[in-house]
Design a protein around this ligand. Structure first.
Ligand SMILES: [Zn+2]
Length: 764
């Protein structure tokens, strides 16, 4: 028994700590207000905006200082949509920018009531978006950062002098019996009683519209009141001039608060006395109870009672005021989300009627509850499927009253890949060659884009010149712009033509894209198809596999792509990896070139099969025909026959012996690398490097096999030179292009087997 007592006491105590009464007298509220008006004087739009701004992190601007920048920035939205959610929502860069723009507008403007319609196709995740957003809004609005105060009256019986002690306790007994029966509805009064058990003189009347306490000060007195309150502070000017505070002077308290004020004023004779009964308490949001946030599904039946009352509280007010008609405690359900959020999940069936009702309220500006006019200042949000558009389009003045924010399928490559990673784990990347996973995402996104783009063709008049990097419809380039990347391969001229105006046009086109093609749900399913059937331990997924997947396994997707898109994608990929392999093979390395040339020259005077140490650099050389051929390839390039090669070798040897070595080095005392011959070979070597003439490597069967055997048991059987080149190539691919060793090996084989050096021979 003792333990039980203890346990109950502990619950009691922790509850008291949680529910620590935070109700403040109006005077104390004013002290807080004068210190921090920006936080305390916020309407729902500003709190919503603050939520977005505090939960979305601006990432680094990739093109800081670009004069044509349109501030199309990457944002990390995970605190808002991913962290601590049941199901994450992924906002791509385009949507995040729309949301931030909305937050900025809400922050700055003197808000008119509008319905914010988030329009997106099935499978775009918009209900997840709204659920996560509202959940974060609820948390934020109940936290110290997002908290606002609402008006609550504490009518003092002693002051109003109505009852004697005996009557009071009788009434309270009767009340508590009744309250037991209607516990949930009368929650507020119970709490008030618990808090006030030491002082039973108080009747607490909460404002059902959750009005800010400042609105209880009559509108005609408010200006001078605030003027006095902020006299000589830096805030005064802001409050009187900035748009975000306009509501403070414009809005009125609800009819209950204003009629209470009037009645009390009659009774007490002084506004100061009346305001002493006014208190402020935190506006508590609770979506499940519909307090501050209400969300309606299309299937939710209309409420039975449109008008809500509180007979007990009403009778107490009537008793206190000795008048049964002064204050009518009635309100509609809209009051409960006043200064909060009222949301419709899809505009169809019952929500269509709700939308009509909202539309009327907004058009009228007020809402009639019997003969009383109720203020409605809420953030109205609705989700819309494009096919339900008919349900709203026949409203007159439709566009004035609504603001559409598009929430289509993901169009930003990075986010699309992020979604796969989220669903299947970070390790998925290890199953693909670099770039291939992103190319999969490019195909998915291409199904969602419009096949032609006016903005892109306005910018790039001759897309064919970029055929190595891009498709003719410029979709691949457009995707880069959407992810915030301006490719290096653009000509200077086109880079310059990418003006702020053109950027805006391109981004604006995204408003009409992402409503068709592969949905978010489908892309996860399709990725799963690919990943579960084609990822293998021994081999990475390459472009050949991806193309086969889209042509054989899912031909319906290929049909949604513009003609030739897949070919362009493969061409772009092939060209890019060929460049990587070339660059890694030829990576400019003075030391390497120097040793190659010194070794070549020194070895010329030895027969194949000799093992010598080069006295110019102390390197060991296994002189062999392969050794000579490797370096001659670098000097002479492809397409040279053995005869020409031998002639070159002989001539070089002659010059080396007759002049460079005997004359310049021995007689003149120069270093071998300072001789004429060396200088000429060096220039030739570098020129070949630059024109990427070492492709013969890629045609050499020995080289191909050595790559396959790299770091395997047979690798040591290859010529030292080939081993060095292969090792060099692989380690450059790993260091400079982020390949794994396995990936580097596979991409080399891909380049060789697809004969890419030939394919792009003339084009590069
Ligand atoms: Zn009120």
């Amino acid at each position: 028994m003792k333990k039980i007592d203890q346990a109950l006491n502990n619950i009691d105590r922790s509850l008291q700590r949680q529910k620590k009464p935070q109700t403040l007298p109006f005077e104390e509220y004013l002290v807080l207000l004068s210190r921090d008006p920006a936080r305390l004087l916020r309407n729902v739009f500003q709190v919503f905006s603050d939520l977005i701004q505090s939960h979305i992190r601006e990432l680094e601007d990739e093109y800081e200082g670009d004069p044509e920048s349109i501030h199309y920035i990457a944002y990390d939205c995970s605190p808002l949509f991913v962290e601590e959610t049941d199901r994450p929502f992924f906002a791509d860069r385009l949507f995040a920018n729309r949301l931030v723009a909305l937050a900025n507008t809400l922050q700055r403007s003197a808000q008119q009531n509008k319905i914010y319609i988030f329009e997106g196709p099935h499978g775009s995740g918009k209900s997840t978006f709204l659920n996560n957003l509202l959940r974060k809004f609820e948390q934020y609005a109940n936290s110290p950062e997002g908290m606002r105060f609402e008006a609550v009256w504490r009518l003092d019986r002693e002051i109003l002098g109505r009852f004697d002690e005996r009557e009071t306790s009788l009434l309270l007994n009767r009340l508590s019996q009744m309250l037991d029966k209607t516990a949930s509805l009368q929650n507020d009064i119970i709490q008030a009683q618990q808090r006030n058990h030491e002082s039973t003189h108080i009747v607490e009347v909460p404002c059902p519209s959750h009005d800010s306490p400042i609105l209880v000060v009559p509108k005609e007195l408010r200006r001078s009141f605030i003027d006095d309150l902020f006299a000589n502070t830096k805030h005064k000017y802001e409050i009187f001039t900035e748009k975000e505070y306009e509501w403070v002077f414009r809005d009125q308290a609800c009819t209950i608060c204003s009629s209470l004020y009037e009645a009390l004023l009659d009774r007490l004779g002084s506004p100061a006395e009346v305001l002493r009964m006014l208190h402020a308490r935190p506006y508590r949001f609770n979506r499940r109870l519909g307090e501050g946030i209400s969300v309606f599904n299309p299937g939710d039946a209309p409420a039975r009672e449109a008008i809500q009352t509180n007979p007990i509280l009403q009778s107490r007010i009537d008793d206190l005021l000795r008048d049964s008609n002064r204050v009518r405690y009635i309100f509609s359900r809209f009051a409960r989300t006043n200064n909060g959020i009222y949301a419709l999940m899809d505009i169809k069936s019952h929500n269509r009627d709700r939308f009509t009702e909202l539309h009327n309220i907004i058009s009228e500006g007020v809402h009639k509850v019997e003969d009383i006019e109720e203020n409605v200042n809420s953030m109205f949000i609705a989700l819309l499927n494009p096919e339900d558009r008919d349900n709203i389009e026949n409203f007159a003045s439709f566009t004035d009253r609504t603001e559409a924010i598009k929430i289509p399928y993901i169009l930003d490559l990075k986010t699309e890949v992020e979604i796969y990673r989220h669903h299947f784990g970070r390790h998925i990347e290890d199953a693909f060659l670099p770039r291939v996973l992103h190319n999969f995402a490019r195909v998915i996104i291409a199904t969602r884009l419009n096949p032609t783009s006016k903005a892109m063709l306005d910018w790039i008049e001759d897309p064919k010149k970029y055929r190595l990097y891009c498709d003719e419809n410029l979709l691949l380039l457009k995707m880069e712009i959407f992810t915030g990347h301006i490719p290096e391969w653009l000509t200077n001229e086109d880079r310059k033509r990418l003006t702020a105006r053109r950027r805006r046009q391109i981004i604006a086109e995204s408003e009409a894209e992402g409503f068709k093609g592969c949905s978010g749900r489908d892309s996860i399913r399709i990725f799963n198809d690919l990943f579960s059937s084609l990822s293998r331990k021994d081999q990475l997924i390459d472009m050949t596999t991806v193309v086969r997947f889209f042509t054989k396994t899912h031909p319906e997707l290929k049909e949604q792509l513009p003609e030739g898109f897949l070919d362009s994608l493969v061409r772009m990929y092939d060209y890019t990896v060929l460049q990587e392999v070339r660059e890694s093979l030829y990576y400019y390395n003075e030391e390497q070139i120097r040793n190659d040339l010194l070794n070549y020259l020194f070895a010329l005077n030895f027969d194949p099969g000799s093992r010598v140490v080069n006295r110019f650099n102390n390197q060991r050389i296994d002189v062999s025909d392969d050794f000579f051929v490797t370096i001659e390839n670098r000097l002479l390039g492809a397409g040279i026959d053995d005869e020409q090669r031998l002639a070159f070798r002989l001539e070089t040897q002659k010059e080396y012996t007759a002049r460079a070595l005997t004359q310049e080095v021995m007689v003149e005392g120069r270093d071998l690398s300072e001789t004429e011959l060396y200088r000429r070979l060096y220039e030739r070597y570098v020129a070949r490097l630059k024109e990427k003439a070492l492709d013969p490597f890629l045609e050499n069967e020995n080289f191909r096999r050595a790559i396959k055997d790299f770091e395997g048991p047979d690798f040591h059987t290859y010529d030292r030179r080939i081993r060095e080149d292969v090792t060099y190539l692989i380690s450059n691919l790993c260091d400079k292009h982020q390949y794994s060793k396995k990936g580097a090996r596979e991409v080399c084989i891909y380049v060789i087997d697809n004969d890419l050096a030939h394919k792009f021979g003339s084009a590069s």
